[in-house]
Design a protein around this ligand. Structure first.
Ligand code: EPU
Length: 331
């Protein structure tokens, strides 16, 4: 049995039949099981059961930074802790990812969810993603278009059956000071360097989000829902203070945290699971939570929001059960 407590930031006590720490591409040839899943730090996953197979842990940590005339090229191993990479880039005055500071997780997991925060998504900087197809053990590489990035989505997330193990991510950052300061907490004249922005982002996150090393959680549990104009108009009529952001294709993004909060679900506790007092979108393990308690709370929240706003909240976290990845509807 392989203990997965340290490999899921909810801190749930779950196990897999076996585990393989992958430190270099060659380690992938040591897979003996035909049933496996891939995890980095498990920061965006909910493990609902012990897994009846091998869990592959990405620990490939090679890093190359090269300089071109107008930009820096960074090739980062999938197992590098994303925040360690950001700290290093910022210390060398290479900007782009500073708004993603303090997000838990690895470089290899970042393109899968196309992680984002404070107006920046990692996909904007990715030139290509290198991987090993575990079904054939062949190396492959997707350019940005093939990665098919969307809001908390990518080709890798949409096609889990393909078992692509991300070995490295190639990113390009332009030289000069080109910060993204659109988020309201970043609209401040004191933010003059990438290090200033990183520090501000870390402070903003500390205020709103629990540190998974202290309180188990997986960041935003649900995605912010995207709705059509007609749905927005109806809600705006009733709730003048509804937060709304422009989304793709003339649609609108609503704040799931606000919807949950207004459904009286912020700071609640059900068994050993709860929602965070300062950000209702974050489900937390209040102690020794069992997976089913997190699932039950998430379903309760979905039902409350559906009843009040007629909106379905789709989970952002990926869910893995006894036999591998599950659709939410299977729970
Ligand atoms: N709000 C409430 N009550 C709450 C939570 C939020 O009223 O309990 C309101 C806020 O006041 C604000 C709005 O909802 O008006 C949006 O809240 P916030 O700015 O905290 O951002 P979010 O939309 O809830 C998203 C990302 C976060 C990211 C932040 C900042 C998603 C699902 N979540 O949260 O990403 O850090 O924006 O950019 O897109 C993650 O994906 O795990 C994550 C933490």
């Amino acid at each position: 049995m392989f203990d997965l407590t340290a490999y899921n930031t909810f801190g749930l006590h779950v196990y897999s039949k076996d585990g393989l720490i992958v430190r270099c591409v060659e380690d992938l040839s040591k897979i003996r099981d035909d049933k496996f899943i891939i995890l980095g730090k498990g920061s965006d996953v909910l493990l609902t059961d012990d897994y009846d197979g091998t869990v592959l842990i990405d620990e490939i940590k090679d890093l190359e930074i090269s300089e071109e005339q107008d930009s820096f090229l960074v090739k980062a191993g999938g197992g590098i802790v994303l925040d360690d990479l950001i700290a290093k880039l910022v210390s060398q005055n290479i900007g782009g990812l500073e708004n993603l500071s303090a997000i838990p997780g690895t470089v290899g997991a970042a393109p899968v969810q196309n992680i984002g925060a404070y107006g920046v998504e990692i996909g904007n900087f990715i030139e290509s993603v290198e991987f090993v197809d575990l079904l054939s053990l062949r190396k492959g590489c997707f350019n940005r278009e093939q990665c098919d990035f969307g809001y908390r989505s990518s080709y890798f997330k949409k096609n889990p059956q393909q078992k692509l193990f991300i070995t490295s991510v190639n990113m390009r950052f332009s030289k000069g000071f080109n910060p993204c300061l659109t988020y309201k907490g970043l609209q401040d004249e004191d933010l003059l360097t990438y290090a200033d922005i990183r520090n501000r982002v870390i402070a903003l996150r500390r205020k709103k989000l629990p540190d998974p090393k202290v309180v188990g959680n997986a960041g935003s549990f649900f995605k912010n829902p995207i709705v059509e104009q007609a749905v927005l108009d109806k809600l705006k009529n009733e709730y003048a203070d509804l937060p709304v952001y422009a989304a793709e294709d003339g649609k609108f993004k609503l704040a799931a945290g606000w919807l949950i909060d207004k459904s009286n679900c912020r700071g609640i506790t059900h068994g050993n699971a709860g929602t965070w007092e300062h950000q209702a979108l974050v489900l937390v393990n209040r102690g020794e939570a069992r997976p089913h308690e997190i699932v039950a709370l998430a379903k309760y929240i979905q039902a409350e929001v559906k009843t009040k706003f007629d909106i379905f909240l789709e989970p952002e976290v990926r869910v893995f059960g006894k036999d591998g990845e599950l659709k939410w509807s299977q729970l």
